[in-house]
Each structure stands twice: as C-alpha cells, then as structure tokens.
Design a protein around this ligand. Structure first.
Ligand SMILES: C[S@@+](CC[C@H](N)C(=O)[O-])C[C@H]1O[C@@H](n2cnc3c(N)ncnc32)[C@H](O)[C@@H]1O
Length: 410
C-alpha cells in the first residue's frame, strides 16, 4: 500500500542531449511503447528544451527507457522544481517525507551534484548552491566517490548561448535514477570500426534508428541497402537477429578499395560479420547477400519485425539498379553466370522509396516498423512530402529525415 501511494505521485525528469532534437520525442515514445506505456508529460511540455517531466511511469519503466535511449543523458525522480530557489524550496518541502526518507536515513551515504545548462558555475558557487539546501533532512553521510544515492540540482539557463540570463529560468531537484546510453556513440564510433565505407552511418544515429524501429530482443531486422552494416551493428546490440542486402559485390564481400586514410585496399576479414564480432554480437548475424532492392527475391510473407535502412540518395552513393539503359536484360549463358556482373541503370529516388514502401508493406509483420532516411530540403519540408503507402492494419511507417546537402546530419 505504501509503495503504491509512493508510486502514484512520482514524476520523473529526463535530461536530454541537445542534438538530434527532432529525433528525441519519437525515440522516447518508441521506447515507452516497447514497454506498453504512453508518453505523458507533466506541466507545460516544450519539446526543444533539455528537460522533460514525465508522469504515470514507474521507476522500472524509466530504467528500461534509459537502458536504450541515446537521446536522453540522465533520468531523475523529481522531488521539487520552481522558477526560483525559493519556489524550489517550497516545492521540495511539500514533497512527501515517506518518498524521501528511504534515501536520507542515518546509515546511508549520498552526494549532491549541481548541473547547469547553458552556463558554467564557479566551484564556490556550486558549493553555495549545495549548502543552501540544508533545509532538506539528510541524515546520512556525504561520500563523493561512491555514494549509495546521488541527488542533482539542475539549473536551466535557456538554450541561447548568446543570451544567458543571470538567474536560471527553471530549477529542478531530484534523485538520480539512471544514465542513458550516450556511451554507445563513443564505443561504437565508426572511427574505430573494423569495416567501414564512405557512407557508413554514424553510430548515434544508427542506435536512434533502431530505437525508432522499436527493435527488440530476438526480432528479425532487415536492411535492404546494407552497405557496411552500421544499422545491423546497432540492431544486434539490442539482441535482434540481422540480415541485409546490397547491390555492391565488393561491399558485401569486403573487397575492393578501402575507405580508410593511408590504405588502398580492404584487408582480409573486412566485412559486416567482422563488425558484429568486434562488438560481441556475431551470434545475432544471419547473413548478407548481393541483391538489387528493386527486384523481388524474398518469398511472399511477413518476414521481418523491422526494416531499417539508409538508401542511396545520390550524393556520396550513386543510385542504381540492375538492368541496361534500354531496360533489356540479355539472357545469360549458364557458363558465364558465375562471373556475370549485371549492367546497372539509374534508380530514381522516387522509385527507391516506392519500392521500399511496397516491399515493407509485404514483408513487415503486423505492427512492424520501417525506419529510413528521406532526403529533404529542410526549409521546404512538410509532412505531406513523406511518401505514403496504405499498409496492412497495425503496421506503421516511421520516417527519419535528413538534408541531402548535409549527409548524416539530423
Ligand atoms: C547510403 S549507403 C548505406 C550505408 C550503410 N547504412 C552503412 O552504414 O554502410 C547505400 C547503399 O545502397 C547500395 N545500393 C545502391 N543501389 C542499390 C540497389 N538497387 N539495391 C541494393 N543496394 C543498393 C549501395 O551500394 C550502398 O552500399
């Protein structure tokens, strides 16, 4: 009973990274949806700010989201908030004692951090901030190195670096619960990846795509324009089985010219499987094969839980498909079939997306998601530009967008 009363009034504060702003809300919504929870914000929700207050969640839900999120930096159980320190104090003193006391008892250890967004505070000012919170009934001992409980005072000075106010616009205080998965951006950076190409997808964006697609343990995920497999790397990290196709024989077989500086040719074992091995997820690798995404090679069935892809959009990667310019394919002599390299012709962007949507409508399971990059000119972008295809009920298409002029930028 005590636990349910405690849970019912809890609010959680997410501290989000201020990059890929458009992708944060779909990421958090998707991760909550994976847990069967809707997105409920509390107060006046402003999508572009670094702090969001969420309602109607359990601590377990928040931990589950943070175990996947690349957009969120940290999550806190929100104890108080206000426009000024005095408002914060009033709010904190109203917070139920029974919610606070398990974390403030005599034999516990704790630490208070001070975090400021869009302003740097001197060390002395940080200490002053902490000292000013002496109205909170902490009974435990301070332990800076490895405390049992971490608390955080967060001050928001707005998002304009050219107009930093003297006093914070808003202040929060809460108990730290978990950090997000920002570390994956560094640990999976393409800079240190075994096999890369000119258009290998940035690690952070690959994980965000996997989250948008609600990739789950034991799912089967397909990338029809797989390249060097960056999206498969991200999905396999979340324990999905992965497979892909690419029209380029050299990419699939890890041969040909290297994309690395000071290296002319790809070395042995530079391939997608080796990338997964590098990150300890080779057991999730199904296979990749040479195939033209514009041609039907799969049996007619709902095969994939998610289709995640980064189609060629013609700037750094040419758009092509098999077929001669006259659209006449010469019959092959069986003897030469092995060494035959099909002639290719231009593959127009609109056809790529039509084929992708048709393919997904036929091969995604019910409720499965298609996540792909659509090149747009941002100043003119509107949602009507997103190609549509009526899908079987329950399926949905999630679209990430980028400008063709700024490859791999949100
Ligand atoms: C933007 S890249 C994908 C990069 C990939 N996400 C990665 O991380 O390396 C597009 C890929 O589509 C492949 N491609 C182009 N036309 C294709 C087609 N008709 N069918 C299948 N793959 C194709 C290219 O060879 C290229 O590897």
């Amino acid at each position: 009973m005590a636990t349910s009363t405690r849970q019912s009034c809890l609010k959680y504060l997410l501290h989000l990274a201020q990059d890929n702003l458009d992708f944060r809300l779909p990421e958090i919504k998707s991760l909550l949806a994976l847990r069967g929870k809707p997105f409920h914000y509390s107060g006046n929700f402003q999508e572009k700010t670094p702090f969001w207050c969420l309602d109607e969640l359990s601590e377990e839900d928040v931990r589950g989201v943070m175990a996947r999120s690349v957009c969120a930096k940290s999550a806190f159980e929100l104890w108080g908030h206000g426009k000024t320190h005095s408002e914060l104090k009033t709010s904190l003193l109203k917070y139920p004692t029974e919610n606070m006391s398990p974390f403030m008892c005599k034999d516990s250890t704790y630490r208070i951090n001070v975090y400021t967004f869009n302003k740097t505070l001197e060390f002395e000012d940080r200490i002053k901030r902490i000292d000013s919170m002496d109205y909170l009934p902490f009974e435990g001992t301070v332990n800076l190195k490895s405390p049992q409980h971490i608390f955080c005072l967060l001050e928001d000075y707005g998002t304009d670096p050219n107009d930093i106010p003297e006093h914070p616009n808003y202040i929060y205080f809460g108990r730290w619960i978990a950090d997000g998965q920002r570390e994956l951006i560094r640990s999976h950076s393409v800079k240190n990846r075994h096999f890369i190409g000119n258009t290998s997808m940035d690690a952070g964006l690959s994980f965000i795509m996997a989250n948008h697609a609600k990739v789950n343990k034991n799912d089967l995920v397909f990338d029809p324009f797989v390249g060097t497999g960056s999206l498969l790397v991200a999905c396999s990290h979340f324990r999905a089985y992965v497979c892909g196709t690419d029209i380029d024989y050299n990419t699939i077989h890890g041969r040909g010219r290297s994309s690395r500086k000071n290296k002319t040719w790809r070395g042995p074992d530079e391939n997608i499987r080796a990338n997964l091995r590098q990150y300890g997820t080779e057991d999730m690798y199904i296979d990749v094969m040479v195939s033209d995404a514009s041609k039907h090679v799969w049996r007619e069935a709902a095969l994939f839980d998610a289709i995640i892809t980064d189609p060629p959009y013609g700037i750094r990667e040419s758009t092509r498909r098999t077929g001669s310019h006259k659209d006449v394919i010469k019959p092959q002599d069986a003897i030469y079939e092995e060494s035959h390299v099909p002639v290719t012709q231009a593959y127009h962007l609109s056809d790529i997306f039509t084929d992708l949507l048709n393919f997904s409508a036929h091969h995604l399971v019910l409720g499965g998601r298609l996540v792909y990059w659509l090149p747009v000119y941002r100043p003119e972008y509107c949602v009507e530009m997103v190609p549509l295809k009526p899908m079987s009920s329950g399926s949905s298409a999630t679209v990430s967008r980028r400008s063709p002029a700024i490859p791999h930028a949100a």
